[in-house]
Design a protein around this ligand. Structure first.
Ligand code: ZN
Length: 208
């Protein structure tokens, strides 16, 4: 299994291929062959991403079947089932890199902002459970000068939300904590730009 650093490098290279394919006429680099269908999965990275239809991890990282273990949920939030999925993949496949992948103009962030500004009681309990997990990344920012600049507010909130998910995965599970401590597991944050197709990784604390 690849180390976290090697896995990160492979994702960076894949995203570069994806981005360069956007400007040319060539089709996306990855081709799927019949032999790939039933092979054992050996995911070298776990990606917790948003359900946004424009951000499929396999495509933006130019990876094939079996390469990525992907969990997608609106707002790339961390609830117990997401932690459990990451624990499962890290323990079962020995995958050593976890990426929380947020993206620009995330609808979950926008919906949370809307809910904070104009609370409506009509929201379903299920949707509210997502908004409630995004809320801490937005609420504090609304008390700052950023509230006068919608674009800057949303972009800060996206990054803060990624950082919160990263921190939750790093500290919200004994299994993952131990893998980080003794086994080289790394959890990093990243942001995908809907405008350029570029993924920017946030090393260190999970936020720039
Ligand atoms: Zn989103």
């Amino acid at each position: 299994m690849l180390s976290a650093a090697e896995a990160l490098e492979r994702l960076r290279e894949g995203n570069l291929r994806f981005v360069s394919s956007l400007s040319g006429d060539e089709r996306p680099v990855r081709r799927i062959r019949g032999a790939d269908l039933a092979r054992e999965q050996e995911p070298f990275a776990i990606v917790l991403g948003c359900s946004d239809a424009r951000v499929p991890a396999e495509i933006v990282f130019d990876q094939g079947l079996g390469d990525l273990y992907v969990i997608r949920v609106a707002g790339n939030i961390v609830a117990p089932s997401q932690v459990g999925s990451v624990e499962f993949a890290a323990a079962r496949f020995g995958t050593r890199l976890v990426v929380v992948l947020g993206h620009s103009r995330c609808g979950a962030i926008l919906a949370t902002l809307e809910q904070l500004r104009q609370p409506s009681s009509g929201q379903s309990r299920n949707l509210r459970s997502i908004v409630d997990r995004v809320r801490p990344s937005v609420e504090g920012l609304l008390q700052t000068e950023l509230r006068h600049d919608e674009d800057a507010l949303v972009s800060h909130a996206v990054r803060h939300n990624v950082a919160i998910s990263v921190s939750h995965l790093r500290h919200g599970s004994e299994v993952l904590e131990e893998l980080i401590e003794v086994d080289g597991l790394r959890v990093v944050g990243a942001e995908y730009s809907l405008e350029t197709g570029v993924v920017e990784f946030f090393d260190g604390a999970g936020a720039p």
